[in-house]
Structures are given as structure tokens and as C-alpha cells.
Design a protein around this ligand. Sequence first.
Ligand code: B1M
Length: 217
Amino acid sequence: MADGKEAILSELENSVKNLQEEAAMEAARKALSAGVSPIDAIEKGLAKGIRQVGEKFERKEMFVVELIYAAEIMSNAIKILEPELRKSKEKRNVLAHVVLGTVAGDIHDIGKNLVRIMLEASGFEVRDIGKDAPIDGFISAAKEMGAEIVGASSLMTTTVSVQKEVVDALRSGGIEAPLMVGGAAVTEAWAKEIGAVYSSDAGSAVSVAKSLVGKGG
Ligand code: B1M
């Protein structure tokens, strides 16, 4: 019987790792009623589980269908936590406008969606252009929205280079908005190299975005 918060985090982690959908939903509900912060439930529970699934997949101990199922379980559990995640959102002026997407060639969007939820909950207006988003999609959305920040997520070593293409296209399109980059395949050094700003997780995406628009970090 899991009653402590640590035990609930382990349940969240294990349910994704072991592909147990009902257990994941139950653990997400338990997390809410036990007062576990939803971001902890995701980062220290569900995400730990899915990263282990990724490692098993890499070692060929799991099939791609199992990877897909684990991602579906995680997304459904996040839906249970999402209303609580958004609770901190107050009626207030928009801090800044952000265009956000996962770069072309990359269909991973769980992390990008979390970044969107956290930014919105913190007062940013976000135009989410989705996953596998073409480079000109970033440019046209940034122009239409008058974005102060553009965000590009990339999970694969094969797609990080597209982030550089996004910065280049922004600059040659006359858009000076900083590019915030993140995702499992991205490092601080890479961000520096391409003239972007790195953010390691959904929580720090908020503080980085705030500091980029001079609203504190
Ligand atoms: Co894929 N996948 N996958 N996958 N997948 C990885 C990335 C991989 C590392 C797994 C592995 O082999 N170990 C590997 C990439 C290897 C490489 O780098 N070359 C891989 C592969 C190979 C693939 C396929 C090619 C598999 C295949 O078909 N043979 C295929 C890709 C197809 C394509 O994109 N063209 C594929 C498909 C999938 C699924 C569809 C099954 C599913 C994604 C479902 C979805 O997103 N809707 C999936 C999953 C789930 C993963 C792993 C296991 C988990 C990713 C995840 O959701 N993490 C992943 C392994 C890993 O990441 N270690 C893997 C949880 C999430 C909360 O974390 O996304 O890191 P993350 O986001 C964090 C931070 O990174 C940060 O904040 C988030 C919240 O804290 N962040 C930002 C993210 N974006 C940000 C943007 C910011 C700021 C911060 O500013 C803009």
C-alpha cells in the first residue's frame, strides 16, 4: 500500500515502466489527493519511467509499439494532473508571446507540451505550432504573433541541427526574438554554439523565458 509521497512517485514511475495503464491513472489520482506537486509527479515519477522505457528500447529489450504505448500511458496520466498544473494561472497581463514547436523531423511532443502548460500557467501566451513543425512555420507564427520568444524542442541527435536552421531563418527573416531550445538531445554548449538559450526542463523554461523578457528569473 503506497501512502507516502515517495511511494506514489515510485508507483507512477513503475506503472509507465511496466506498461500498466490503470495503475498509472490510479497513481496520478493518488498523487493529487496526497498533495504531491504535479510537476514532481511528472518529473520524478512518470518521466523517470518513460526514460527507462527509452533505455530498454535502445537496448532492444522493448519494441517500438511498447514505446508508443508507454508514451500514451504517460500522456493520459498527465491529462489527470493537468488541471492542477494549470491552477497557478491567474488572470493577469500577458508576460510575453511565445511560439513553441518540436522541430521538423521530430515527432516527440510530451516534453514540449509540458513546457507549453507551464509557460501558460505562468502568464505567457503560447502559440503551439505542434510537432514535426516546418522551419517556416516558426517564422510565420513569430511574425503573426509578434513573438518575443521562439521555442524549439528536439529529442533526437538527428534533429538538433534543425534548431540551428530555425535560428538562421529567424535572423534572415529579420526576427530578433531569442530562440529558446530544449529537449533530451540538447545541451547548453549546443545552444551557445547556435546562438540560442538553453533550458533543461519545463520548470526552468519558465524562469529562462521570464529572464529573457526582463520579468525576473
Ligand atoms: Co522516441 N526516441 N523515437 N519516441 N523516445 C527517444 C528520444 C530516444 C532517445 C530513445 C532511445 O533510443 N533511447 C531515441 C532517439 C535517439 C537519438 O537521439 N538519435 C528515440 C527514437 C530513436 C525514436 C524513433 C526513431 C523510434 C522508431 O520509430 N524507430 C521514433 C522517432 C520518430 C520521429 O520523431 N521522426 C520515436 C518515437 C517515439 C514515440 C512516438 C513512441 C514516443 C513519443 C511520443 C510523444 O512524444 N508524443 C517516444 C518516446 C516516448 C521517447 C522517450 C522514451 C521519452 C521522451 C519523453 O517523452 N520524455 C525518449 C528517450 C529519452 O528522452 N530519454 C525517446 C519525457 C519528457 C517529459 O521529457 O521530452 O526530455 P523530455 O522533455 C523535458 C525536457 O527535455 C525539457 O522539458 C521537458 C519537461 O521537463 N524540454 C524543453 C523539452 N523540450 C523543451 C523545449 C524548451 C525547453 C525545455 O524550450 C523550447
